[in-house]
Write a protein that binds this ligand. Structure first.
Ligand code: GLN
Length: 542
């Protein structure tokens, strides 16, 4: 029977609950079990698709086109599996579902209330779309004590009664701060946070303590005594210099054994196989090479806004035993620079990435970055907006269309990039116009691209003729510029199967200039770097 694990967070936010959940998933996989990972976010947005990266970090996109919390990216990376639309829900979506049912008369005249209707909807989510996985791991967003999380926790409490206490494990991730002036770690915030859970009828079975370093045994015993768990069930979750070391740290703390012990299946479980994590750990400590990649971005100083990108670059580093240093270059600063300042800015980078983005801010700086890379034979990888700015730059400087631009940024231009008004998804036509609402209406999720034979793209993807990559965009390059660009040495080497949407452009005569209308970073894994990033690191090493 499926076992359910719920992970709550205590004391403060930003403890790394997503990484902890992902690492727990990877531990259970290493013991031979099948897993599924899910996220419940109590906030009232229907999904994070329209939330600012400043507030919420990156929007992660699944194969089936869900715009989700970035933690789903951690789940996919740590467990090398694909999450689905049904693996992520927000408070807003729960309310939306309930109100939709109310409007459709499904409640047969009942007064619709937080309990039972909202809590039932939480339980519907917990049980939905499962396929006999051994473990399903649910991360509950926010911090215990937040008002908006209460109905989620109540839903979990009721669910435990329904499936039986023995089939549900509660893990509470908490902060155990070190107070320098007293030279002591402090357990009281943890005690109080667990008391908050107890008030709601939830008693955690395992307590994971985020801290600077390992928690001393006497402090573990203290936490155990106050929080109703065994000392072995108090697990240190210390800071590490690289997140991919975390599964092994948890294993050494005995976490997988304690989880399996709780469910009474420790004696029958496989011996752990951590070979792939050991391999990564060995590479991390022994870099053979060093490179600098310049990322020209709008949200410099907010690495969460580019979470998957950051990770994909690191994965390519791991694959090539190369320490990749990222130089963040503010696109708006670049806008104001003259040629010699731009040359100075790029003088120490081995390659440039222009990542995805929305809105006009910094776009002219990104166009300058694409121009610099193209004209100086500097490796360039453009991602989504990074492809669009490269095409605008080429239209301006190779085709002589001075006012070339995207209609996303100005209507007063020769549109090279315009709103996509029609495309095909799963055999059905999708239609959009200027008045379409903003939530969930982009071209989202995995779409097929057909690659030109003998192109750099097909070489990078191991000779493939078709690839599936994840998309998240509303605008698209106009294919009518294909011939003119070809005459100037730029080819479209990837297209949608019907040949109407350019998916990849490249410059065959350039050392490495390639850009895609999709986000290859979403499918990158620590054990299998995404091909485009791997190729970029390789060419930077040349
Ligand atoms: N803003 C552009 C579009 O919507 C690019 C999107 C992106 O980079 N993800 O098409």
């Amino acid at each position: 029977m499926t076992k359910y694990i719920f992970i709550t967070g205590g004391v403060v936010s930003s403890l790394g609950k997503g990484i902890a959940s992902a690492a727990i998933g990877s531990l259970l996989q290493a013991r031979g079990f099948t897993i599924r990972q899910r996220k419940m976010d109590p906030y009232l947005n229907v999904d994070p698709g329209t939330m600012s990266p400043f507030q919420h970090g990156e929007v992660f996109v699944t194969d089936d086109g869900a715009e989700t919390d970035l933690d789903l990216g951690h789940y996919e990376r740590f467990t090398d599996s694909s999450c689905h639309q049904s693996d992520s829900i927000s408070g807003g979506r729960i309310y939306w579902n309930v109100l939709t049912k109310e409007r459709q008369g499904e409640y047969l005249g009942a007064t619709v209330q937080a309990i039972p209707h909202i809590t039932n909807e939480v339980q519907n989510f917990i049980k939905s779309d499962l396929h006999g996985e051994d473990f399903v791991i649910y991360e509950i967003g926010g911090t215990v004590g937040d008002m908006e999380g209460v109905l989620f926790l109540e839903g979990v409490r009721q669910f435990m009664n329904e499936v039986g206490r023995e089939n549900v494990l509660l893990i509470h991730l908490t902060l155990v701060p070190y107070i320098k002036t007293a030279s002591e770690v402090k357990t009281k915030p943890t005690q109080q946070s667990v008391r908050k859970l107890l008030e709601m009828g939830l008693s955690p079975n395992i307590i994971m303590c985020r801290s600077d370093s390992l928690i001393p045994d006497n402090e573990k015993r203290k936490i155990a005594m106050f929080c109703n768990v065994r000392p072995e069930d108090v697990i240190s979750a210390p800071d590490t210099d690289n997140i991919y070391k975390i599964p092994l740290v948890y294993h050494n703390e005995g976490l997988d054994d304690r989880i399996l012990n709780y469910f009474g299946i420790l004696s029958t479980a496989n011996k752990p196989d951590f070979s792939k994590w050991d391999k990564i750990k060995n590479v991390l400590g022994n870099w053979k090479h060093n490179i600098i990649i310049g990322i020209v971005a709008k949200y410099c100083g907010f690495p969460d806004a580019y979470k998957s990108l950051n990770e994909a670059v690191q994965h390519a580093g791991i694959a090539n035993e190369t320490k990749v240093n990222i130089k963040w270059i503010n696109a708006e600063d670049l806008e104001a620079m003259n040629d010699s300042q731009i040359a100075e800015t790029f003088s120490d980078v081995n390659g440039i990435i222009v990542p995805g983005g929305f809105g006009h801010r910094g776009v002219e700086g990104k166009i300058k970055a694409a121009e610099y890379a193209r004209t100086h034979n500097l490796p360039y990888l453009g991602i989504c907006l990074g492809m669009q700015v490269a095409v605008i730059e080429m239209a301006r400087h190779l085709l002589g269309i001075e006012n070339a631009n995207s209609t996303e940024f100005t209507k007063d231009c020769t549109p090279i990039i315009s709103l996509i008004t029609e495309w095909e998804k799963d055999g059905k036509k999708e239609v959009r116009d200027e008045n379409t609402g903003k939530g969930g209406t982009l071209r989202l999720g995995a779409y097929k691209s057909v690659l030109a034979p003998n192109s750099l793209a097909s070489k990078i993807y191991g000779g493939a003729t078709e690839i599936f990559e994840r998309h998240r965009h509303r605008y698209e390059m106009d294919i009518k510029f294909e011939e003119a660009l070809k005459e100037k040495g730029v080819i479209i080497s990837g297209k949608s199967p019907d040949g109407t949407l350019p998916e990849i452009i490249e410059i065959p005569a350039h050392k490495f200039f390639i850009a895609g209308q999709f986000h290859p970073e979403f499918k990158s894994r620590p054990f299998a770097a995404a091909p485009l990033f791997d190729a970029l690191v390789k060419v930077c090493l040349d």
